[in-house]
Write a protein that binds this ligand. Structure first.
Ligand SMILES: NC(=O)C1=CN([C@@H]2O[C@H](COP(=O)(O)OP(=O)(O)OC[C@H]3O[C@@H](n4cnc5c(N)ncnc54)[C@H](OP(=O)(O)O)[C@@H]3O)[C@@H](O)[C@H]2O)C=CC1
Ligand SMILES: CC(=O)N[C@@H](CCC(=O)OP(=O)(O)O)C(=O)O
Length: 348
């Protein structure tokens, strides 16, 4: 079977290393270049012995022309601010790009600058970038030149909310999202907040009303609802390595049972292999998706308060980053979207 060649910039970060893990098992992909800004020339196995005998080529430097000579598609698993400057050069060199950062997700540059606190990429590229929420935007992803991979919290939250919002079953002004993440969501760099002694046996709230994923969630929900939607979104850091649980509350506009919700979601996600809907009264846990590309969703509808609770879980490094990026590569190329991603969650 003919293979395409891919390169990974930021291959020494959590997202990059996870891309390598899945792409090594992808039947239609050859990893042509693993790239590092700080360790070019060194073998990747120096920092990641678990890749011994699996990735034998040394790390390449960040040179868009060289990358274009080796590869057809490049993943940029680079920090926000870095992607915004690098991606235009990669596109100009003729590459197709799947960017994992937040730099191309927000269509309005001024909104981006308010939340990310640095300069937005050029407006034309923000317009061109396809927001790669695979289950929702798969048709636009096909053939795209630049895919902006969604954030980890937005992935769990939007997949949990879109069907019920689109159907008009909830009040768009009533949405509250309470989300928790494992520490790998913060990337591989060390910081006091993710230091073992600070997070072990601890639960921390952070970036209250200031999280950079708020405008991304609101942008997508507003498109779905056809009106401006604002949300209350609170993030927590938990003492686990991987996993996101997004617990979402909204006021119901009618009397809907959990059975109605299960049916609605199963219909909406029919033919979408990575979204699994729990039956009534069963709620998903982060361990049930650990190491996999699944998003599992469950519900509780409370007739006493008229409120709906949606619980949506993903592995932040997989469905929240590298896995969805590969799903988007598959959709971009017109392949079966599960190629290279058919791993069950790790248990126990
Ligand atoms: N971790 C997660 O769960 C998620 C992460 N993301 C986003 O994906 C991106 C990658 O995240 P993650 O892997 O966790 O981050 P990490 O901090 O673990 O890795 C980022 C990598 O980027 C590389 N890098 C840094 N500066 C440059 C530069 N100037 N040019 C080229 N490469 C550079 C670094 O490697 P080196 O110095 O070797 O080049 C580093 O390994 C980020 O934008 C993040 O916000 C999105 C969803 C979820
Ligand atoms: C636990 C943790 O710190 N998570 C990070 C997720 C960041 C991320 O994924 O960055 P993007 O904006 O590129 O999506 C955070 O809350 O900022």
């Amino acid at each position: 079977m003919e293979k395409i060649k891919v390169a990974i910039v930021g291959s020494t970060g959590y997202g990059g290393v996870e891309l390598i893990r899945f792409l090594l098992g992808h039947p239609r992909v050859e990893i042509a270049s693993v790239i590092s800004a700080s360790s070019a020339g060194a073998p990747i196995t120096e920092g990641f012995p678990h890749l011994s005998n699996l990735v034998t080529r040394p790390l390449d430097g960040v040179d868009p022309r060289e990358i274009a000579e080796k590869a057809d598609v490049v993943f940029t698993a680079t920090p926000s601010g870095v992607s915004g400057k690098l991606v235009p050069q990669l596109l100009a060199a003729g590459l197709r790009v799947i960017d994992l950062s937040g730099d191309f997700r927000i269509k309005d540059g001024a909104v981006y600058e308010t939340w990310y606190k640095h300069e937005a990429p050029e407006a034309g590229l923000l317009e061109k970038a396809v927001y790669g929420l695979s289950e929702v935007n798969g048709a636009q992803v096909k053939g795209a030149e630049l895919i902006s991979n969604p954030g980890c919290y937005p992935t769990a939250t939007l997949l949990g909310l879109i069907p019920v919002l689109r159907e008009g079953w909830i009040d768009p002004g009533s949405i509250i999202i309470d989300a928790k993440s494992g520490v790998s969501g913060a990337g591989r760099g060390t910081s006091l907040i993710t230091h073992y002694a600070e997070i072990n046996e601890n639960l921390k709230v952070y970036k209250v009303n200031k999280h950079q994923h708020i405008p991304e969630i609101e942008q997508c929900l507003s498109e779905v609802a056809g009106e401006a939607v604002t949300v209350t979104f609170t993030t927590h850091l938990t003492p686990m390595t991987r996993g996101i649980m997004s617990t979402i509350y909204a006021g119901l506009k009618g009397t809907y049972t959990e059975e109605n919700l299960v049916e609605l979601y199963r219909q909406y996600y029919e033919g979408k292999p990575f979204v699994r809907i729990r039956e009534s009264g069963k709620w998903p846990a982060t361990k049930e998706v650990f190491g996999s590309n699944y998003c599992d969703i469950g519900f509780a509808a409370d007739p006493r308060t008229g409120r709906l609770t949606i619980i949506s879980v993903i592995d932040n490094v997989v469905k929240g980053a590298a896995g969805q990026a590969i799903q988007n590569l598959n959709l971009m190329m017109g392949w079966d979207e599960t190629l290279g991603l058919q791993l069950s969650p790790v248990y126990p």
